[in-house]
Write a protein that binds this ligand. Structure first.
Ligand code: MN
Length: 413
């Protein structure tokens, strides 16, 4: 890799220096040789270009591969010699690992690039969760009411602690799959395998932990653990908006074993950083694209913008067939990504990856009386300005049909 800064000097886990260093230049991958005694890396996939390069595909094709994988999961391939089963540690001490505290008022050190794989009654789920280190072998985990939350509830009903594996340092295919939001029962590991097969031709290799969980074979760290019935204070924590999320009572994870590969590097996902934005936001774009295209056949692209944390704000590019298509695209975009709070719809002459062009379209093609305002909808719990529900705003910045001559930017031939 070209843009990697290797840091030999020791970095302390509690000093917030990791954040300071990763924030300096978020395009730059940083390899910490000695974070609390271990190796770690951040800003690994902080641009669409790096993401595409890691998967060996053009940037413009990321959405296509993701979309294809989401609709056609592919079985994984089992290996009894996965990379992560190189070394076993039974007396796990999370406090001795390269896990940093990112912001001064965070509730503690946090695992931010941790993907949890859980299996219960034949059902598997893989999802991202922030996990706060409580002591040497306990974590408090934020569970939004989705699939892992449901499995935890089902296990509780059955009187069993839920067996899980926490994977850190997995490939981009697994990271993107873990960030998708699909129907309950869809196996994200098979979606990861489909992304892998789509970009490389071969499905994803997986291995098994001693507690019976199937996980990506190439993980650097795999923690075998139980999702217990206990709860603890989780937070505060700076999440995707860059603001402090508040303290909640959340379930406690008891870590029982740790597996590591030959030279493990702990993946650090800078909270509210570009890598966090992209990993969280990009997997939502194919779903938005699909719902908008159902409403407006000539939909060209959708993008969750960095300025909107790749979560709250989006842009959609369409070619209108009839007047009102812009408004329909707005409504469809809100359906495709329920956390979306503002969407701008533009014509196909606007490059939606260029924020200035998008604002130019709003400035020259839109009037405030054509804004769609939706009161009291469900939005993101991460938006500090939302109080329970969210007001959604849609901006139709498309040209009126037949008036293109008045609206197109003049060009030289
Ligand atoms: Mn799921």
């Amino acid at each position: 890799m070209d843009d990697v800064q290797v840091l030999q000097e020791p970095v302390d886990s509690d000093s917030n220096d990791v954040t300071r260093i990763l924030q300096r230049d978020q395009d730059m991958t940083v390899h910490f040789k000695n974070l609390n005694g271990g190796e770690a890396a951040g800003n690994l996939l902080s641009t669409r270009e790096k993401m595409a390069k890691a998967m060996n595909i053009p940037v413009a094709d990321i959405a296509k591969h993701l979309d294809n994988a989401i609709s056609h999961p592919v079985p994984t391939v089992f290996t009894d010699k996965p990379d992560f089963r190189h070394k076993l540690t039974e007396d796990v001490d999370l406090l001795s690992l390269p896990i940093p505290k990112y912001f001064p008022e965070d509730g503690g050190r946090y695992i931010t690039a941790g993907v949890i794989v859980a299996e219960f009654e034949g059902q598997r789920n893989m999802s991202f969760h922030r996990m706060m280190v409580m002591d040497k072998n306990h974590l408090a985990v934020r569970l939004v009411p989705r699939h892992l939350f449901t499995m935890h509830k089902l296990a509780k009903k059955a009187g069993k602690e839920l067996n899980i594996a926490i994977c850190v340092g997995v490939c981009p295919c697994a990271l993107l799959a873990a960030a998708t939001s699909l129907d309950f029962g869809v196996d994200e590991l098979e979606v990861a395998s489909a992304i892998r097969k789509s970009v490389s031709g071969a499905p994803m290799a997986v291995g098994k932990t001693d507690n019976g969980i199937t996980v990506p074979a190439n993980a650097d760290y795999v923690f075998e653990a139980k999702l217990t019935f206990e709860t603890a204070d989780e937070g505060p924590f700076v999440d995707i908006t860059g603001t402090y999320d508040h303290i909640r009572k959340e379930p406690v994870i008891r870590v029982e074993k740790m597996w590591t590969c030959r030279e493990p590097i702990f993946h650090l996902l800078l909270p509210g950083g570009y890598e966090h934005y992209l990993l969280m936001g990009m997997p939502r774009e194919p779903m938005m694209f699909k719902t908008v295209r159902q409403a407006v056949p000539r939909t060209h692209a959708v993008r969750l913008t960095e300025g909107g944390c790749c979560w709250l704000h989006g842009v959609v590019s369409i070619t209108k067939n009839k007047e009102g298509d812009g408004m329909n695209a707005i409504m469809a975009a809100f359906t495709g990504h329920p956390s979306l709070k503002q969407v701008i719809v533009v014509d196909d002459d606007i490059d939606i990856f260029d924020d200035r062009q998008v604002e130019w379209a709003v400035a020259t093609r839109f009037q405030g009386n054509r804004m769609l305002r939706v009161p009291d909808a469900a939005g993101s719990s991460l938006d500090p300005s939302a109080s329970g529900t969210t007001w959604k705003v849609g901006i139709d910045a498309t040209m009126p049909l037949g008036k293109e001559r008045d609206y197109r930017r003049a060009v030289l031939d």
